[in-house]
Write a protein that binds this ligand. Structure first.
Ligand code: TYM
Length: 336
């Protein structure tokens, strides 16, 4: 059976970028072809300082948003990373497989640490090792993510390959990235050359899954554009990152293609296109926001869903970690 693993950080609320680049694909991939495991990666969130109460709340509200978006705990394993301690243990073992040169190449670390590298936390640097552990702890074969995680996944494949090579085994699969749809890299609404991100200072740079209809309309109205009407064909989007971004978002939300969107809206001014975009966004997102509110009214139920998910995840993870330890030569603890 093919097995999917993917994760999302509980830092503030989910953005439209997370949804279109990853989470909606997670939902679509649930079904007979794959066993699906989805994780709220709270240990990853700790790589930047977090307010402890906010982190706890965000973990629950992100789980609620995932369920509201269509992750069905009856079909998928949904859990919080820190509830399954094996993730951290495998990350240590993998930190003795990964090399410093490999981590030095990670562009996300360079971007996040900026010029003050010496002050960055060690966890931010070794983060891709934990991510490899997340995936390989389940021997996952497929990993649906947005474009920005491609390099981290490449490292996961390298770690799996190095492990297999060092111990002369065919133990870990090389996980395949699944980067699907027309919105694999949703850009900021304020700057079409920057990724839409939870951590951008301006809330107007992003759509959050829980934004009300009026706010969504306002954000799209204020979104940066250029003075030209929309082109009739995709080639006309070249060199127009803001226009391209809005068209990609529209196509993804309407489950259409860029060609079709331009066939319909080519020649339009942004004012009318933004109105149409707001309509498709509100239609897609408002039922999700309403479901989040309903789910958050019963936090004990969410806790129970995560607890059950952790139990199932641990049942898969424990034997794989035990085999890994054995292959690496760690002595077994005698019992009794
Ligand atoms: P995170 O929490 O930053 O994002 C969660 C998912 O959303 C995708 N994404 C985007 N896609 C398109 N456009 C955007 N603007 C955008 N912003 C975010 C991300 O690519 C991701 O798929 N390291 C991961 C979490 C992680 C993980 C894993 C993922 C930890 N362990 C194991 C897969 C497998 C992260 O920080 O995602």
């Amino acid at each position: 059976m093919k097995r999917i693993f993917s994760g999302i950080q509980p830092t503030s609320s989910m953005t439209l970028g997370n949804y279109l680049g990853a989470v909606r694909n997670w939902v679509d991939l649930q079904g007979p072809e794959f066993e699906t495991i989805y994780c709220v990666v709270d240990l990853h969130a700790l790589t930047q300082p977090q307010d402890p109460d906010a982190l706890r709340t965000n973990t629950l509200s992100l789980a609620a948003t995932l369920i509201a978006a269509g992750i069905d705990p009856g079909k998928s394993i949904l859990f919080a990373q820190s509830h399954v301690h094996q993730h951290a243990e495998l990350a240590w073992l993998f930190s003795c497989i990964a090399r410093i040169g490999q981590l030095n190449r990670m562009t996300q670390f360079k971007e996040k640490a900026g010029k003050r590298r010496d002050e960055a936390y060690v966890g931010l640097y070794t983060y891709p090792v934990l991510m490899a552990a997340d995936i390989l702890l389940y021997k996952a074969t497929h990993v649906p993510v947005g474009e920005d995680q491609k390099q981290h996944l490449e490292l996961s494949r390298e770690i799996a390959g190095s492990f297999n090579h060092r111990y002369g085994v065919d133990f870990f699969p090389l996980p395949e990235p699944q980067i699907l749809g027309t919105a694999t890299r949703v850009m900021s609404l304020r700057d079409g050359t920057k990724k839409m991100s939870k951590s951008d200072e301006s809330d107007f740079s992003r759509i959050n899954m829980t934004d009300e209809a009026d706010l969504i309309a306002q954000k799209f109205r204020k979104a940066r554009t250029d003075p030209h009407p929309l082109p009739e064909a995709p080639e006309g989007l070249e060199g127009r990152p803001e226009a391209e971004n809005l068209v990609n978002i529209y196509a993804a939300l309407a489950r259409s293609s860029v060609e079709q969107v331009l066939a319909e809206h080519g020649g339009s001014q942004f004012s009318s296109f933004k109105q149409a975009l707001t309509d498709v966004a509100v239609t897609a997102l408002s039922p999700i926001a309403a479901a989040v509110n309903r789910l958050m009214a019963d936090p004990a139920q969410l806790d129970a869903v995560l607890a059950e998910g952790a139990e199932k995840a641990e049942a898969l993870a424990a034997p794989i970690l035990a085999d890994t330890r054995r292959l690496m030569g760690l002595a077994q603890r005698a019992r009794g």
